[in-house]
Design a protein around this ligand. Sequence first.
Ligand code: SAH
Length: 520
Amino acid sequence: MDKKINRQNAMDNERIAGGKVWLVGAGPSDAGLFTLRGKAVLEQADVVVYDKLVGQGVLGLIPSGVELIPVGKVSGYHPTPQYRINEILLEEALKGKKVVRLKGGDPFVFGRGGEELELLCEHDIPFEIVPGITSAISVPAYNGIPVTHRDFCSSLHIITGHTKKLEEAEVDYEALVKVGGTMIFLMGVSAMPKICKGLLDAGMRKNMPAAILERGTTAHQRRVVSDLTNLPKDAEKAGIQTPAIIVVGEVCSLADQFHWAEDRPLGGLKIAVTRPKDRNSTLASMLSNLGAEVVLLPTIETEAILENTALRENLEKIHQYKWVAFTSPAGVKVFYDEMRKMHMDIRSLSGLKFAVIGAGTRKAVEEKGIIVDLMPDVYSGEALGQALAIQLKKEEKEGKKPSLLLPRARIGTEEVTRPMDEAGISYTDLPIYETIDMESNGMVTYDDSVDYVAFTSASTVRGFVKMHPDIDYTKVEAVCIGEQTAAQAESFNMKITIAEKATMESMVECFLRRKEGMKS
Ligand code: SAH
């Protein structure tokens, strides 16, 4: 068919039905290696069709409400056959959906990306390709192996250990040995002895450095560096499993000198961070900056109380108050959303003072154009309550009438209000949102591979338990902010570590100490 007409048809289809497919490379696993373009595309997807090799961190970036279709092999089940995947993409696109086909590494490097496009082309479905970082290059990099080095090689070969029919590769070893250079075999774990033998038989020297790299770019990545003769034996001893890549070439010897990923302060640790959905986690970025693999595990979500007349009434008479205290970014959002509905903006709040529980909430308030007047040094409800009690008591002594509005969760903790009750200070406790336990989407969940779970509130512990009703909690290593959170984790018999201070920095300290402990 005329290519031009074909393109025009595709564009018309896009305009009329809106159906389109994005073939997106998810990278080798580490979410930090996912592209900006990939993330932008995910954020507007209606449906995501994903493989088993896509990292949990990347899956965690899929917004809620997006339909998910797993097509990779999940423990025991066979993967969806390729023709069926092709059909799924077509069917979903024909429904007018924005379909993201998310694949491990790069979609065109042994990813069968080309095959998936063929059927789409036949039906004039518009598509885009978002390349990804291939495991072939990034996994060696995370193991301190530069795939090329001027002193050692002048070419790089990426070879499959499997053919289309899943037989052992029909590789021309002699040609490879003749060309030389670094050789990278994907999908080669089971065929490894054959690959090594093939290269040796073709005349490669017996002590050519060779390595196998398992689960690269994850916290639990492992490498076995050996030589062509001994690699099969050494890999077997180490129990190396798929996914892994085999690297053959002089560059492998550099791993000894250049390894780095596991040496980062939190390298080697996989940490699940529970948090309310749709909230940026400062803790998560602090942990991943220190080298931990972070899995975002939203266990609770917040929902504004609808038709909240109490909130409306209080907003109408907001100038009867002197202080407004927020205990979460969610509270700030609900408060301002309601203001907007009432055609109010920050001008209606002039003269009021604002208190917040911690940095995340302060940011939310400041984004509204308001500077915060009071934030305790320590992140806890109690500290906020105490700071407010002291401040309001002082104002009372100065002859001012203390008046505080506390818009927060319906099941707000007494920690905030107790110090004020004790000081005999009156306030208005105003429920503006509900905290709801989240259901697992089955995609990102806790499993044995998680070393620690970070809990930042008692409600995240409860949400976690509801989400994972069948696991052995005695195996869960819980790192908790504050006594209340720890008490909740302890009530489920989790192993607990309590951050010395109720700050994110102190949480991070806990992990650093645990990592030190693991080394010694
Ligand atoms: N398109 C992918 C490759 C798909 S083939 C890419 O560009 O990376 C699947 C093979 O990739 C696996 O058998 C394994 O050899 C390799 N692989 C993918 N991710 C890996 C990882 N994190 N660590 C080690 N090998 C990986």
